[in-house]
Write a protein that binds this ligand. Structure first.
Ligand SMILES: *Cc1c(COP(=O)(O)O)cnc(C)c1O
Length: 427
């Protein structure tokens, strides 16, 4: 491909979403391709958090639970996220972490099956699913007398469903490969086999269109600090299809999931609807930051919303793949992400037999921030170099420059310098 840097600049000049980048405070001189791990800082966040600290907390004190609407932040921000993932108002709340929410919904799914079809005792997932999802499932399987069946890849999922399957638990966009599962088809296959579905939207919410209700999904959780730009450790979200929500009260029966928390009665009565998935007191400062992150998507609405975001995301990942093919040929890189647009999330994952970690470090030293995900030879999972594109702020020229840096790092063998071999605690 003969696409030049000048062509990339022309794509930016013609990009209808280009003005959205001004919503963010981006460090000078960095190409940030890691918004799938930690989203960037919206310009509005610092002032908003400061106002919550100095006015709502500092001056309003305890009265702010009512007057500033603190108590209903989980529902209010939940409704805004619901609009991004194809769920309705009042169906989704913000709470806790993704791991904790997964515990709640997987418990609920297993309990529903134990009531309706007790012979179903298998949770099906992918071996390359994100570890926390597998660890939570392992623990719940143990407590519920179930087993976890892990398949090697998406092509094996349907065959793994059967009369023993209780739940199909998947991350909608696989974190290691960028593979985007067909939620509608897999949900239909799971339901045809009598199983329920649990979807983790950590790499989907704000990155790809999601249609939870239209696709008939049963349960979903997702992350606030990745594509939603909510800040480090931002609270996560949880959604339950209204057809199930009142059938079971999730096991973390804290007071804020109670029907009447302020009656202070000794017995637990779950709130109606999704509010029963709340547990303890909302983290108000974190929620204020998350709301600013979610707001950055709503600015895209007049420009075509998630449809336009997806179109740009695909154009960016297509460009990245084409440039790696053309400019890094013969350097031992393999594309792990699907070439098929319909199956690719908003990231491009590459593998290389040797040096994946060091190459990522060498790129970071040049100001190109992607990340490394360790493989496991025994599991036949390769080491991954991962580049996330985030259409609200990633430019075409960023992709062009990033691949040029990658080419130089490989051509010059710069990555072999000892300083890039040292593993840090957080990769
Ligand atoms: C990032 C991510 C998580 C993170 O879980 P936390 O509880 O926020 O640490 C969970 N699952 C998937 C698939 C992820 O990508």
């Amino acid at each position: 491909m003969n696409l030049t840097r000048h062509d990339a600049l022309a794509l930016d000049a013609a990009d209808p979403l280009a003005p959205l980048r001004a919503q963010f405070d981006l460090p000078e001189g960095q190409i940030y391709l890691d918004g799938n791990s930690l989203g960037v800082l919206p310009r509005a966040t610092a002032a908003r958090v400061q106002a919550v600290v100095t006015q709502e907390w500092g001056q309003g004190l305890i009265g702010s639970w009512n007057s500033a609407g603190w108590m209903t932040l989980p529902q209010r921000i939940g409704d805004r996220i619901a609009a991004l993932v194809g769920a309705g108002d009042g169906e989704l709340v913000v709470a806790d972490s993704t791991s904790v929410n997964l515990f709640k919904v997987l418990s609920a799914a297993l309990r529903l099956q134990q009531a309706d079809a007790p012979q179903r005792r298998v949770i099906v997932s992918e071996r390359s699913n994100f570890p926390t999802d597998l660890y939570i499932a392992e623990s719940l399987a143990r407590d519920h007398g179930c087993t976890l069946r892990l398949v090697a890849g998406p092509q094996d999922l349907v065959a793994a469903l059967g009369p023993d399957t209780a739940v199909l638990m998947l991350t909608h966009v696989n974190y290691r490969t960028g593979w985007l599962h067909d939620m509608a088809a897999l949900t239909a296959a799971a339901h045809a086999a009598g199983a329920l579905t649990v979807w983790d939207l950590a790499h989907s919410a704000g990155a790809v269109p999601v249609a939870l209700k239209a696709d008939g999904a049963d349960f979903a959780v997702g992350c606030g600090y990745k594509y939603l730009n909510g800040g480090p450790g931002a609270p996560a979200f949880v959604w339950v299809n209204p057809r199930h929500v009142d059938r079971f009260s999730q096991p973390l029966s804290g007071w804020l999931g109670h029907a009447a928390p302020f009656s202070f009665v000794p017995g637990y009565q779950p709130a109606a609807g999704i509010s029963r998935y709340l547990c303890g007191t909302p983290p108000v400062l974190s929620l204020a930051a998350l709301e600013c992150g979610v707001d950055t998507f709503h600015a895209a609405a007049p420009m075509g919303g998630m449809g336009a975001i997806r179109a740009k995301s695909l154009a960016l990942t297509r460009l990245l793949i084409a440039l790696v093919d053309a400019r890094c040929a013969g350097q031992g890189l393999s594309l792990v992400s699907p070439r098929d647009d319909a199956r690719r999330g908003s990231q491009v994952c590459l593998s290389r037999a040797e040096g994946a970690y060091a190459i990522v470090q060498a790129l970071i030293a040049r100001g190109v921030v992607g990340d490394f995900r360790a493989g496991d030879a025994a599991e036949r999972l390769p080491d991954i170099l991962r580049f996330g594109v985030t259409p609200l702020y990633t430019r075409f020229v960023d992709v062009w420059d990033a691949v040029e840096h990658l080419r130089q790092v490989l051509d010059s063998a710069e990555w072999q310098q000892p300083t890039f071999q040292q593993r840090k605690a957080v990769t």
